[in-house]
Ligand binder design. Structure first.
Ligand code: PGA
Length: 241
């Protein structure tokens, strides 16, 4: 059975105080949500400890936005998995296009981070997706297939979520057409050894397109940036119809 997984990626937004303010507004909206949906907040590192304390007993899971492959060491500016699990973090986004694009993340480092996350008890959300140029030149399938092949070497597919995020759809308001997102996610699934991996769509997911996105048979959830920052809009997304 594939689980429905809805994750908010706050990126570099929200202080600790702002995170708690969000939580106050958001938590109520979960009362009506069907139980089989998994909701995750991927917050900045500094907000995670206080979110963790305040989430106690709620059905929301916490996620980080990066993790290093070593247990500890001289890696200035990085974060190790035991530092995250200690405060109750369960998920981690790995290989987001912003990390690949701006911080030199490669398929090789993505693979190292994925394996480390799993080794230390975190569930990774692996992001893959093509640029506009790659799409326009007909390379979408090849790009994604190559990312999966390299990123997933020796990765346990029993403990994994994948997010298909076409880069041109991230933060642009330019959502990928739902049939096309469904098609690409089907292709991703055909390349996996475990058919039960949940595969999300990400890229300009909003309250007004969530119902249509979640109606697609291959799409098992969403990874939401901008629209996860306001409690009302993220509440509408997790309570999709
Ligand atoms: P967006 O971001 O929803 O703001 O497009 C999605 C993401 O980067 O995960």
């Amino acid at each position: 059975m594939r689980k429905i997984v809805i994750a908010g990626n706050w990126k570099m937004f929200k202080t600790q105080a702002e995170s708690l303010e969000f939580l106050q507004g958001f938590i109520r909206s979960l009362d009506q949500m069907p139980e089989e949906r998994e909701v995750i907040l991927c917050a900045p590192f500094t907000a995670l400890p206080s979110l963790s304390k305040n989430l106690h007993g709620s059905i929301v899971y916490l996620g980080a936005q990066n993790v290093h492959w070593e247990e500890n060491g001289a890696y200035t500016g990085e974060i190790a998995a035991p530092m995250l699990t200690e405060i109750g973090v369960r998920y981690v986004i790995i290989g987001h296009s912003e990390r690949r694009q701006y911080f030199g993340e490669t398929d090789e480092t993505v693979n190292l981070r994925l394996k480390a996350a799993q080794r230390f008890g975190l569930k990774p959300i692996l992001c893959v997706g093509e640029t506009k140029q790659q799409r326009d030149t007909g390379e979408t399938e090849a790009v994604i297939s190559s990312q999966l092949e390299k990123d997933l070497v020796d990765v346990d597919q029993e403990n994994l979520v994948i997010a298909y995020e076409p880069i041109w759809a991230i933060g642009t308001g330019d959502t990928c057409e739902v049939n096309e997102a469904n098609r690409v996610i089907g292709l991703i699934r055909s390349q996996l050894s475990n058919p039960n991996v949940s595969i999300q769509y990400g890229g300009s997911v909003k309250p007004d397109n969530i119902d249509q996105i979640m109606a697609q048979p291959e799409i098992d959830g969403v990874l939401v940036g901008g629209a996860s920052l306001e409690p009302e809009s993220f509440a509408r997304i997790v309570n999709y119809e």
